[in-house]
Design a protein around this ligand. Structure first.
Ligand code: GDP
Ligand code: MG
Length: 440
């Protein structure tokens, strides 16, 4: 509950909108940060436009200055884009699951094959690696070495059998995996230094032969903006269902992540950050977002500012509650804030002591709240601040002004006094306020 309450208090104290000047100034900074992080220009433009749009509708926060607030929006948006669609590896209903790796030469496919194998093995799978890169002289041996390190079987064409056809190797590997009951097959493929048709055709042929459950596009994060054209070429030539970013341990600022995600719409599943087999993890959108912004410290500051602010607000509200000084203005604001959080009955039901008020709670529906809201709005600020002054003639005026009966106004005012008394008692009983502050 306290989280929800905190959220409510936070919302109710925010008023007004961010100004265009604030937004533009910060957007310029963000634009520079993104370009420095090597995000492709087209992607930066779309992204900034999106941010501006969202920031324009945003309420002003009292905890953050406008720049911090825009950055916060940027961060949320980044995390959303990078991880909105985060999903686990697709496993086949009938094993083996076939995972095919595609990407340029040097992207880190072979290394990834080993990492993936080890990771899968740790989760109880029995993976098999398949060497379908028959282009480079050492490629097969390289895969066998990482396979050995990971402690998994590697399927490779028999030496002396000629250069071999990768499609044929792939096909035989799947048959072997079924036979030997490997539940996951990771197919390593050849890459060229640049995108070329022959490479694409070979990859597409292997794809058709093995019907993979996942085609992972492996991309070196250090290539930055070039990630866009490469990703597009692979999407058109082979198609892929997920992305793996490699070499994040280098000085890559992660722009490739955003570019690839925006341009292809495919999720980033894993991140590779070193040459060792263990340097591998599922992809964390939040870490990548702060990396792209290069603003890890800024983000921490924002969090701290918000927490301090929440604390102060919560203490103030608790004090008001326990001293019985709650006003109708507070009441209205809290009601509005609370209503943003979902069905009112559920929410009230979570309050301490709510059990005894079940019947009353059942009557609290949203229509009723609309009415309460209208009544309070029909009062003058002075009346809201000091409800005791609402005498008979004022009640009549309020009723007429808000289109309700005098009885309904009476009802609200009386209930408010009751509620205020009850809350003060409850606050005392549960130790809110009075320097307690440990309700979190
Ligand atoms: P492939 O051509 O796509 O199969 O790429 P490789 O797996 O052979 O990797 C190319 C080079 O990059 C090798 O020297 C790897 O050790 C190195 N490499 C791969 N992944 C990473 C990584 O995440 N971090 C670092 N620092 N090096 C990597
Ligand atoms: Mg390789």
């Amino acid at each position: 509950l306290s989280d929800r309450l905190t959220a409510a208090l936070q919302t109710l104290t925010r008023k007004g909108k961010l100004s265009d000047a604030d937004i533009d100034a910060t957007a310029r900074e963000i634009r520079i940060a993104l370009l420095e992080a090597d995000v492709a220009l087209g992607v930066v433009k779309t992204f900034i436009a999106k941010i501006k749009e969202r920031a324009k509708g945003a309420e002003v926060s009292q905890a953050l200055n406008p720049a911090q607030q825009v950055i916060k929006i940027v961060n949320e948006e980044l995390v959303g884009i990078l991880g909105g669609e985060t999903r686990r590896l697709n496993l086949a209903k009938t094993p083996p699951t076939v995972i095919m790796l595609a990407g340029l030469q040097g992207a880190g496919k072979t290394t990834l094959a080993g990492k993936l194998a080890l990771w899968l093995k740790k989760q109880g799978h029995t993976p098999m690696l398949v060497a379908c890169d028959l282009q480079r002289p050492n490629a097969v041996t390289q895969l066998q070495v990482v396979g050995e390190r990971a402690g998994v079987v590697t399927f490779a064409p028999e030496p002396g059998n000629g250069v071999g056809d990768p499609v044929d190797v792939a096909r035989r590997a799947i048959a072997e995996a079924k036979h030997a009951q490997h539940d996951v097959v990771v197919v390593d493929t050849a890459g060229r230094l640049g995108v070329d048709e022959e490479l694409m055709k070979q990859a597409a042929d292997i794809r058709d032969a093995v019907e993979p459950d996942e085609v992972l596009f492996v991309v070196d994060a250090m290539i930055g903006q070039d990630a866009v054209t490469t990703a597009q070429a692979f999407q058109d030539g082979v198609g892929f269902s997920g992305v793996v970013l490699t070499k994040l341990d280098g000085d890559a600022r992660g722009g490739a992540a955003l570019s690839v995600r925006e341009v292809t719409g495919q999720p980033i599943l894993f991140a590779s950050n070193g040459e060792k087999l263990e340097d591998f993890d599922t992809f964390h959108p939040d870490r990548m977002a702060s990396r792209i912004l290069g603003m890890g410290d800024v983000l921490t500051l924002i969090e701290q500012a918000e927490q301090a602010f929440d604390q102060k607000q919560a203490e103030k509200a608790a004090e008001k509650l326990s001293s019985g000084q709650l006003t109708l203005e507070d009441f209205l604001e809290q009601m509005l804030a609370v209503r943003k959080m979902g069905p009112i009955g559920n929410l009230l039901g979570m309050l301490p002591g709510a059990g005894q008020m079940k019947d009353q709670l059942a009557q609290v529906d949203d229509k009723h709240l609309d009415k309460l809201q209208a009544i309070i709005r029909g009062m003058t600020p002075a009346e809201r601040e000091d409800p005791k002054m609402i005498n008979g003639s004022r009640r009549l005026r309020i009723a007429n002004g808000s289109g309700v009966t005098v009885r309904e106004v009476n009802d609200l005012v009386n209930r408010f006094f009751e509620a205020r008394k009850m809350m003060a008692q409850m606050a005392g009983r549960f130790g809110f306020g009075g320097g307690g502050g440990s309700s979190k």
